[in-house]
Design a protein around this ligand. Structure first.
Ligand code: ADP
Ligand code: MG
Length: 669
């Protein structure tokens, strides 16, 4: 695999007998290493198939003889091809470099701390291929063990450039070679000058997912802003979905046409026997009828030139083979009529700003800046219910269902073009067309933050892998790496998704990680330092002039450092004067976190408006952290109204900032 590619490997020769081993060792020069050659022996050292430190021909012959004798008894059924006699490289830092083919994203490359501890330490950094050297360098620097490469506690720095070049060459070879599905180079030994690949294992297999899939069809911009909606399967029976959908649409200011051949009026609305009987233009059809009847209705909608079908019905691919076939029929009918399809098997869509609730979720959320695309309808209904008292607002909520036509990529494109959407949350179980998804999303994230919560992190059900790389790069890990590469912010709970979205939707990406914390409580000042460190926020040293200005009016016991503990006896006025100083010094920081606790001297409502005034006076990110219960709610409400993120828990505030900071591809780098 690596011959002639510019990758440094130790001199080596194959021997089949102890005599050949001796001769090979003599000609290579000492010391040498002997290794068993057998496809069936995956971990050679575990099987007694590696002998290091051979200094003479006799030793080489003896080691070869013993290996040929003992390995077959340790690995029953192993076919031994011989013994590899290899030049022994001096000790250095052992790194693993590997590649594999992921079912969603195709070929990936990884590196991590190598040698025998790989699977214990599990320190890996990875990227979806192809990537350039710049990205590979970032990958190398993303290893937890990177300080060992940079030079650690007096040890000399190692040749990072050589490692980057080697990984780059290996990844090009791997990406180009269709027949290769996986490889492990463990270890690659890294030195102050150069690096050597001493163990390589490659696997052949199926071709990677192809990159030349059908591109997404164009989408007309008003697709999710219909002026008229038909409800096919509108029902008079309150226990039916067709009833709930129609009832939800009663508050829609556009035209609503119930369709049902067995009724003339439902909920006070005239009912049409078929879509073809509707007199005017119809922009969207919500379909809530049993699956077997869906293809026929799609044909009628096509004849009526309806551009969008929202198929709520289940009984398609998610059910059985017959359902899958039905789904294909529906899509091909829709395609030939130029109609786009949401679903099937979905909850529908919600656009609060337009008063459009085309779902069977009875609750209409508030209008706001967050776009939410979810692979689970139940997650949507839960979130919507919770969002009302939390005063979280949405631009659009989409339940993707089976994604038989429109999928994550299309919905992302739609929200990208919507000026009301300022942050996008994805709830993902599985993505189809992974590479196309990454391409699209990397174009979107520099302008609109995309936050993703991916379920399915447990290792249950994942097959044991034959290679180190296979075991280090499970599908979930690859998702996380791919997300970061595309600039998506990965989060690990739904709550966290909203914490981060709220921050980014109102304040945009932080310009850097320099933080200032203001509080009146020593305990929270200490916690703030801890959380800042945990989430990568640098609490800056206060500029001398700023400290002097603060000294002029703060009580003598104030902390005189960051976090600013301004002592709780001064009320809101004291906060306000601190804010004024911070505004003047805003070039020195990027994020301000204002922590307040209940106190007889503090009017939360007044504090809320002072924080809002402060936020308006700076170009930087301002965050409220009004801790406590009911007594702080009045302040919270002010912050919400002014779109200033607020957190009731101190850790949540720092975590949200931390996640936002480490989005892979922020415009500010
Ligand atoms: P396996 O991973 O199948 O057990 P390796 O070829 O990786 O076998 O050898 C095991 C360990 O032996 C390596 O991690 C490395 O520490 C050491 N080793 C192997 N080959 C060499 C070599 N040519 N020079 C120096 N050390 C080596
Ligand atoms: Mg190895």
């Amino acid at each position: 695999m690596v011959k002639g590619a510019g990758i440094e490997v130790p001199a080596c020769a194959v021997a089949r007998t102890p005599e050949e081993a001796k001769a090979a060792a003599e000609s290579i020069g000492y010391p040498v290493v002997l290794k068993i050659l057998s496809r069936q022996v995956v971990h050679k050292s575990d099987a007694g198939g590696v002998v290091i430190g051979i200094h003479s021909g006799e030793e080489a012959a003896r080691a070869c003889e013993r290996m040929l004798r003992e390995v077959p008894s340790r690995v029953p059924g192993a076919v031994i091809e011989g013994v590899l006699v290899q030049e022994q490289c001096p000790p250095g830092l052992e790194v693993i470099v590997g590649g594999k083919t992921d079912p969603t994203f195709g070929k990936i490359i990884l590196c991590g701390m190598g040698g025998v501890l790989v699977e214990l330490i599990r320190d890996v950094s990875m990227r979806v291929l192809p990537v350039g050297e710049e990205e590979i360098r970032k990958m190398v620097r993303g290893m937890k063990g990177y300080p060992l490469i940079r030079g650690f506690r007096g040890s000399p720095p190692l040749d990072e450039d050589a490692l980057v070049r080697t990984i780059s060459l290996l990844s090009q070879l791997f990406f180009r070679e269709d027949s290769l599905s996986e490889f492990d180079c463990n270890p690659v030994i890294l030195y102050p000058e150069g690096c050597r690949v001493v163990d390589i294992r490659a696997f052949t297999g199926e071709k990677a997912v192809s990159d030349d899939e059908l591109p997404s069809l164009p989408i007309h911009p008003g697709l999710l802003a219909p002026g008229s909606v038909a409800v096919i399967g509108a029902s008079a029976d309150p226990s039916k979905i067709g009833y709930v959908v129609l009832r939800n649409l009663l508050s829609f200011p556009g035209l609503v046409y119930p369709v049902n051949p067995r009724h003339t009026e439902i909920l006070g609305k005239k009912v049409y026997p078929a879509v073809g009987d509707i007199p005017g233009r119809v922009d969207a059809a919500v379909i809530a009828i049993p699956a077997p009847a869906v293809p026929g209705v799609i044909r009628e909608c096509g004849a009526k030139k309806i551009p969008l079908a929202i198929i709520l019905s289940s009984g398609f691919r998610e059910e059985d083979a017959e359902g899958a076939q039905r789904e294909e029929e529906v899509i091909s009918l829709a395609r030939s009529a130029g109609m786009r399809v949401i679903g099937p098997n979905c909850l529908g869509i919600l656009v609060p700003r337009l008063g459009l609730n085309a779902t069977f979720d009875p609750v209409m959320p508030r209008a706001g800046p967050i776009g939410f695309i979810s692979q689970s309808g139940a997650v949507i209904t839960t979130i919507v219910d919770w969002s009302i008292p939390e005063q979280i607002g949405f631009s659009t909520i989409i339940s993707v269902g089976n994604q038989s036509d429109l999928g994550f990529v299309d919905y992302l494109r739609i929200l990208e073009g919507d000026p009301n959407t300022r942050a996008i949350i994805l709830y993902i179980e599985e993505i189809r067309r992974g590479r196309e998804f990454l391409r699209a999303v990397s174009e979107i994230t520099p302008r609109i933050p995309v936050i993703a919560f991916k379920s399915g992190s447990s290792r249950l059900g994942t097959k044991a892998a034959a290679s180190h790389t296979g075991s280090l790069a499970g599908n979930y890990e690859v998702y996380q790496a791919a997300f970061r590469q595309a600039g998506i912010i990965p989060v690990y709970s739904i709550e966290e998704a909203f914490d981060v979205a709220e921050l980014l939707a109102s304040e945009g990406y932080p310009q850097g990680n320099r933080g200032i914390v203001v509080t009146t409580a020593g305990g929270f000042a200490v916690m703030a330092s801890d959380f800042a460190e945990r989430y990568g926020i640098e609490l800056i040293a206060l500029p001398e002039r700023m400290r002097e200005e603060l000294d002029a009016f703060l009580p003598p016991m104030w902390s005189r450092e960051n976090p600013l503990d301004i002592i709780g006896d001064g009320g809101v006025e004291r906060y306000a004067r601190v804010f004024d100083v911070m505004t003047r010094f805003q070039d020195d920081w990027d994020i301000a976190i204002i922590i307040a606790v209940p106190s007889a001297l503090l009017d939360p409502l007044h504090l809320g408006s002072e924080i809002a005034r402060f936020s308006k006076s700076t170009r930087k990110v301002t965050i409220g952290c009004l801790l406590g219960g009911e007594s702080m709610r009045a302040g919270e409400r002010v912050l919400r109204e002014k779109h200033i993120p607020n957190y009731r828990e101190i850790e949540a505030a720092f975590r949200a900032v931390g996640r936002a900071l480490f989005a892979g591809k922020r415009p500010s780098g």
